[in-house]
Design a protein around this ligand. Structure first.
Ligand SMILES: Cc1cc2nc3c(=O)[nH]c(=O)nc-3n(C[C@H](O)[C@H](O)[C@H](O)COP(=O)(O)OP(=O)(O)OC[C@H]3O[C@@H](n4cnc5c(N)ncnc54)[C@H](O)[C@@H]3O)c2cc1C
Length: 512
C-alpha cells in the first residue's frame, strides 16, 4: 500500500514516464544494450532492485525525499548506475526504490583558467570530455578506464583515474547535497550565497562535511566541483617492465619514491602477465605474445613543459637502473610552440593517462549467462612493494585454491597502493566468488588491511572488520544515521551503515 502510494506521488513529481514500475527498463544503456536496473554480474544473493524513479531537478529530489519520509520507503541513490564489479545499480536491501539521477545532466560550469568544473550527477566522463573538446579548452580531465560512468558517482565511491588528479576524491571541491530530511546543504565555501571560491578552496569555516558524503548514505549529492589538469605543453608516457615475479617489489618501491618526490605525478598502474595477456588478446594476439615475455609491466607518464621533460625522464631512468632487470621505454609528445597539447592528439594508451574516456574496456564483459563477469577485491596496502608482494603471493594462492585466476590491477600512489584483484569468471563459477572473497578478507584481516571499496554483497562483511576500540567507527556511523535519517530512507546498508532499528533487514547479509 505504502509503495503504491509512494509511486503515485512520485509520478506526480517526475512524470509517469520517469517512473519504472518494472526495473528492467529505463536505466541508461549498459552492457549488451541492456536498460535494466540491477547488477549485471549478480552473485548468489540477488539484491533485487525495486521500481526506479528518475528526477530531473533538485526540487524534485527534495519532494521525493519528503514523500519517502512520510511513507517510510527506502531509496537507493545512483548517478548513472555503472558501478560494474561493485554491484551496478543494485541496492543492498532488496526492493529498495532506485533513485536514478541520470537525467540531472547539466554541466553547470567549466572554468579553464582555474581548471575546474561543476557538474550534476548525470554528467558522464564522456560528456564532460566532449564538452571540453567542443569548446577547445586547454584542460585534461582524469577519467576511469570506462567513461560511461558519472563524475559524481565515481568520485563519491573514491574512484580512480590516470592523470595527476587520479585520486578523484582528493580533487573534489564543493558539494551540494539533499539531506535525508529534504533540506539542501552546500559544503566548503558554498555556505556563502554566490560564493566565488566554492570550487576553489575545499576547506571552509568550521568542520569539513564533504567527507561524510563519500561512500555513505547520509545524503543525495546533486552537484560537485572537480579539479582538472591544465593541458600540458609536453607529455611523456613511460613503460617499465621487469622479467621475474619478485622483481615487482623494488619496482613498486621505486615508483612510489618517485611519486613522493613529485617527479612522477600520476599514479602508475601495475599489471601482471595474466592481466596484460587478457587485455591485449582482445586487441592483437601478436602483442599479447610479446607482452608475455615480462612478468610485470608498469605504465605512468610525465606532464609538463618540454624543458623539464628531458630532465625528469633522466631522473626516472636513473632510479630504475637500481631495479634488477628493469627495461624502460618512453615516448614524448610536444605541442607546437606557444600551444598546449590536446588529449585527443595523443595516441591511446592501454589506460587513459591522456584523459580520453572510452568504453573499450567494458567490451570484454557481458551480463549474459555465457558472458565474462567480474568482481573486484580491492585492499589498500603500504607503498614499499615489500608488503604488496607478500600479500600478492598469498592472495594469488588463495584465488588459485578456489580455481579462479588472480588478475592484478594495481594502482600505485605515493603512500599507498590500491591492489585490485580483478577476478574474472564465467557465471557457473559464481558460487566460488563468495568463498574466495571471504578467504581473501580473512587473510587481509590477519595482515591488518581493509578494502577501499567493495561489492554490495560484501559491504556488511567488510564493515564488521572496522573493529578498533570496540567498533567505535560503526557505533558513530549508526548514531549519525539515527540522528539525520531516523526513517532510514537513504540507501540502507550502504557500506554496512544502517539505523540501529534495522535488525531483520540485515539478517544474514554478512554471512556466506
Ligand atoms: C573493466 C572495468 C574497468 C573499470 N575501471 C575503473 C577505473 O579505472 N576506475 C574506477 O574508479 N572504477 C572503475 N571501474 C568501476 C566502475 O565502472 C566505475 O567506478 C564507474 O564510474 C562507477 O559507476 P558510476 O560512475 O555510474 O557510479 P554510480 O553507479 O552511479 O554510483 C556508485 C555508487 O555511489 C553512490 N552514489 C552515486 N551517486 C550518488 C549521489 N548522487 N549521491 C549519493 N550517493 C551516490 C551510490 O552508492 C552508488 O551505488 C571499472 C569497471 C570495469 C568493469
Amino acid at each position: 500500500m505504502q509503495l503504491e502510494e509512494f509511486l503515485t506521488a512520485a509520478e506526480a513529481i517526475v512524470g509517469a514516464n520517469n517512473v519504472s514500475r518494472d526495473p528492467t527498463t529505463g536505466a541508461p544503456e549498459g552492457l549488451d544494450g541492456s536498460r535494466s536496473y540491477g547488477d549485471p554480474f549478480p552473485l548468489s544473493r540477488p539484491h533485487k532492485p525495486g521500481p526506479a524513479i528518475r528526477p530531473e531537478t533538485v526540487d524534485q529530489v527534495r519532494d521525493l525525499v519528503h514523500c519517502a519520509n512520510k511513507l517510510k520507503v527506502p531509496m537507493w541513490t545512483v548517478s548513472r548506475g555503472k558501478n560494474l564489479g561493485y554491484g551496478g545499480s543494485a541496492p543492498v536491501l532488496d526492493d529498495s526504490i532506485i533513485l536514478d539521477l541520470h537525467r540531472m545532466n547539466k554541466i553547470i560550469e567549466i572554468n579553464e583558467e582555474y581548471a575546474y568544473a561543476i557538474v550534476e550527477p548525470g554528467v558522464t566522463f564522456i560528456d564532460l570530455y566532449e564538452e571540453i573538446k567542443r569548446r577547445k579548452l586547454n584542460l585534461w580531465l582524469s577519467v576511469p578506464a570506462i567513461g560511461w560512468g558519472s563524475v559524481v558517482g565515481n568520485t563519491l565511491e573514491r574512484g580512480i583515474g590516470y592523470t595527476p588528479e587520479a585520486a578523484h576524491y582528493k580533487y573534489q571541491c564543493g558539494m551540494e547535497v539533499v539531506l535525508p530530511d529534504g533540506d539542501l546543504l552546500r559544503t566548503g565555501m558554498g555556505v556563502v550565497e554566490d560564493s566565488k571560491v566554492w570550487p576553489l578552496y575545499s576547506g571552509g569555516f568550521g568542520p569539513g562535511l564533504d567527507g561524510i558524503f563519500f561512500q555513505s548514505n547520509y545524503g543525495i549529492v546533486t552537484k560537485i566541483g572537480i579539479h582538472m589538469s591544465p593541458a600540458p605543453e609536453a607529455y611523456t608516457r613511460i613503460i617499465v617492465e621487469v622479467p621475474e615475479e619478485p622483481d615487482f617489489a623494488p619496482l613498486v618501491g621505486a615508483m612510489t619514491d618517485l611519486m613522493r618526490r613529485r617527479i612522477v605525478a600520476n599514479p602508475p598502474q601495475l599489471f601482471d602477465r595474466m592481466t596484460l595477456i587478457i587485455g591485449a588478446a582482445r586487441m592483437d594476439p601478436e602483442v599479447a605474445k610479446a607482452l608475455g615475455e615480462y612478468a610485470w609491466r608498469a605504465g605512468f607518464a610525465l606532464y609538463g613543459p618540454p624543458e623539464a621533460q628531458a630532465g625528469l625522464l633522466n631522473t626516472v631512468k636513473r632510479r630504475f637502473e637500481q631495479v634488477k632487470g628493469a627495461k624502460l621505454t618512453s615516448e614524448t609528445f610536444n605541442a607546437a610552440p606557444g600551444e598546449y597539447l590536446r588529449s585527443e592528439n595523443i595516441t591511446p594508451d592501454f589506460l587513459p593517462q591522456n584523459g580520453v574516456p572510452g568504453i573499450d574496456h567494458a567490451l570484454a564483459f557481458s551480463s549474459k549467462e555465457d558472458g565474462l563477469w567480474h568482481n573486484c577485491y580491492s585492499p589498500v596496502l603500504p607503498p614499499s612493494g615489500r608488503e604488496l608482494y607478500e600479500w600478492y603471493v598469498r592472495a594469488k594462492k588463495i584465488t588459485a585454491d578456489h580455481d579462479l585466476n588472480f588478475v592484478a590491477d594495481f594502482h600505485v600512489f605515493d603512500r599507498y597502493v590500491i591492489s585490485i584483484n580483478l577476478i574474472m569468471f564465467h557465471p557457473p563459477a559464481k558460487a566460488r566468488l563468495y568463498d574466495v572473497q571471504y578467504a581473501l578478507m580473512d587473510d587481509s584481516k590477519k595482515l591488518g588491511y581493509l578494502e577501499y571499496r567493495t561489492h554490495i554483497s560484501f559491504m556488511e562483511a567488510t564493515a564488521v572488520n572496522q573493529t578498533f576500540n570496540n567498533n567505535a567507527f560503526g557505533r558513530f556511523t549508526t548514531m549519525l544515521k539515527d540522528t539525520i535519517d531516523p526513517n532510514g530512507i537513504l540507501s540502507p546498508g550502504k557500506q554496512g551503515i544502517w539505523n540501529s532499528t534495522a535488525k531483520s533487514e540485515r539478517l544474514g547479509l554478512g554471512e556466506k
